[in-house]
Write a protein that binds this ligand. Structure first.
Ligand code: AHM
Ligand code: MG
Length: 336
């Protein structure tokens, strides 16, 4: 690779800041470098998994009632540590902690809120399937005064940045600060995320649908009708199905190749399984920034007023054409 072409994530973040916020203090860049540092630590552990024996249940159960995996705990601690000690983050919140953690009460110092899912798809750890880290960043809400923990309850469209790291066949960082989506691949030989996917655009339509069809009998009728239609052969696209069971991996494929990912309400999860604040919102911001769409079937994900840190939402995300189609099925119309 020609050295002039090598742009690292830290360089890119600084360049973006200089371009769009020339008077910025550099604190935001410092924050994002905390995220990338933690994710490099997590990537290193993921790569060593088969050797170190970290995977497997810890016997503890998290706030979702799910058994915590050893790597879940490692990933959570890595993010809490790298973000909690930089003097810029006021509030941290994680899938693994019941309540937000107020690091710096005064919003003048701790300007930012970071919400994350430290290790998404962790039920796949033991079988060497891709997992990911998802993060969402807000500015503190200065109106919350005495209740800084409520700063996490902002609408998705107020996010100032969002991203994920996919620990797949390579490790990739994908992030947006509201000016397009950029992808970086970790070069393990130099320990840096290198720009590999500038200005990612999601195809306007795609040929893949991604859903856990084992639960189809309990999906809402409009969703069953949509699935019936994609399999009917009536469209000019021959749809195929792909489902990994790791949101970051299933979304990453959808981002690059197009199509739709669905997690509708089911008999076990009446609001769908995925969490609004640290799964749906950040992934939805990336989708929209890449030209895609993310809804609950009828409402834009980024416009949902949150009421709780761990609340769930139905989630339909992907190419504009397929997600708009599911909206039409929701309204009782067909593809026509
Ligand atoms: P997790 O945060 O506990 O790992 O759960 C979220 C994961 C997502 O990555 C994935 O999309 C979904 O759960 C898969 O659920 P299911 O096994 O019901 O298909
Ligand atoms: Mg998760």
């Amino acid at each position: 690779m020609a050295s002039a072409e090598l742009i690292t994530a830290s360089q890119h973040i600084l360049d973006q800041q200089r371009l769009h916020h020339p008077t910025a203090s550099g604190e935001f860049s410092l924050l994002l470098s905390g995220v990338t540092l933690a994710c490099k630590m997590i990537a290193a552990e993921v790569r060593r998994l088969g050797l170190t024996g970290l995977p497997g249940g810890t016997g503890n159960v998290n706030v979702q009632g799910e058994e915590q995996q050893g790597l879940d705990v490692f990933a959570n601690n890595a993010l809490l540590h790298t973000l909690g000690h930089r003097g810029i983050v006021g509030v941290l919140a994680s899938e693994e902690n019941e309540d937000p953690i107020v690091v710096l009460k005064d919003p003048k110092h701790g300007k930012y809120v970071v919400i994350f899912d430290p290790l998404d798809g962790s039920s796949n750890i033991d079988v060497n399937v891709s997992v990911g880290t998802i993060f969402s960043i807000f500015r503190r809400d200065i109106n919350n005064g005495d209740k800084p923990a409520d700063d996490v309850l902002q609408m998705g469209h107020q996010q100032i940045a969002a991203g994920y790291v996919l620990y797949g066949s390579s490790t990739m960082l994908v992030y947006t600060t509201g000016d397009g989506v950029f992808g970086f691949t970790l070069d393990p030989s130099i320990g840096a995320f290198v720009l590999s996917h500038p200005k990612i655009k999601m195809p306007d339509r795609g040929s893949t649908y991604s859903v856990n069809e084992a639960y189809a009998d309990s999906f809402p009728p409009f969703c069953r009708r949509f699935l019936h239609w994609v399999k009917s052969g009536e469209d000019d696209i021959a749809y195929k199905s792909r489902y990994i069971g790791s949101l970051v991996a299933d979304f990453h494929r959808t981002l690059l190749k197009g199509g739709i990912f669905l997690y509708p309400p089911t008999a076990s999860y009446h609001e769908g399984k995925l969490r609004l604040l640290y799964e749906a919102n950040p992934i939805a911001m990336i989708a929209e920034q890449a030209g895609g769409v993310a809804t609950t079937g009828h409402e834009r994900i980024l416009d949902i007023e949150p009421s709780g840190l761990h609340q769930r939402t139905p989630f339909y995300i992907g190419s504009a054409r397929e997600v708009e189609l599911i909206g039409r099925f929701h309204e009782g119309e067909g593809p026509g």
